[in-house]
Design a protein around this ligand. Structure first.
Ligand SMILES: [Zn+2]
Length: 205
């Protein structure tokens, strides 16, 4: 979303008291959280009332901050159920939600309610899990959002545009396995296809 467009959105919020939903999605290492933090920071500079929420499952780095891979931080509420956001965000103009894929499936209803109340809701999350399957409530959020931004990482194997988060240890079948470059690599469609074939090693000799 470019800056002119974003300021148009701000104007719209003030003039029409209308809310909306924005989703920033992509693979791991694609800069989703950096983009969420950038938008939140701009709202803070404009003296809007902002709160960020993240699910209790994401314990990377810090319990009370949204931290991107480049170590930007913004204060956040760590909560276990998405319904809690309705109460906690009562007085907010802008609601940020990070790691949305880990929240329960009530999250789209919660976001709709917030937007209907006139709030700007900015959601960041992984659109696909490590198998390339749409993750948690993300597909529904993408459908109901007014604005969707898909960001990409760079494929670690070929330098192409990466949309997949490939898990390096394929023997671990948990959908939620937190980690960084030691556990995941961003891959493009071709490299992901090759990597997820049983004899993937043969393709890289
Ligand atoms: Zn590739």
């Amino acid at each position: 979303m470019n800056q002119i467009f974003e300021s148009e959105l701000q104007k719209h919020l003030h003039q029409n008291k209308s809310g909306w939903i924005e989703v920033v999605c992509g693979s791991m290492f694609s800069g989703k959280t950096e983009e969420l933090i950038r938008r939140i920071t701009r709202a803070l500079i404009a003296k809007q009332s902002v709160k960020i929420f993240k699910p209790v499952v994401d314990v990377r780095y810090s319990k009370n901050e949204v931290v991107s891979h480049n170590k930007n931080t913004v204060g956040a509420f760590v909560i276990s159920e998405s319904i809690q956001i309705l109460d906690l965000a009562k007085d907010c103009d802008v609601v940020g939600i990070d790691e949305a894929q880990f929240f329960d499936l009530e999250l789209p209803n919660v976001c709709q309610e917030l937007a209907n109340q006139g709030k700007r809701v900015i959601i960041a999350g992984l659109d696909m899990d490590y198998k390339g399957i749409p993750f948690g409530a993300m597909p529904v959020l993408l459908s109901v959002a007014e604005f969707v931004t898909k960001v990409h990482a760079i494929c670690l194997r070929c330098g192409g545009l990466a949309a997949y988060s490939h898990r390096l240890d394929s023997t671990n079948e948990e959908t939620i396995l937190l980690g960084e470059t030691d556990r995941y690599e961003p891959l493009c469609r071709n490299c992901f296809q090759h990597a997820t074939l049983k004899n993937s090693a043969l393709h890289y000799q």
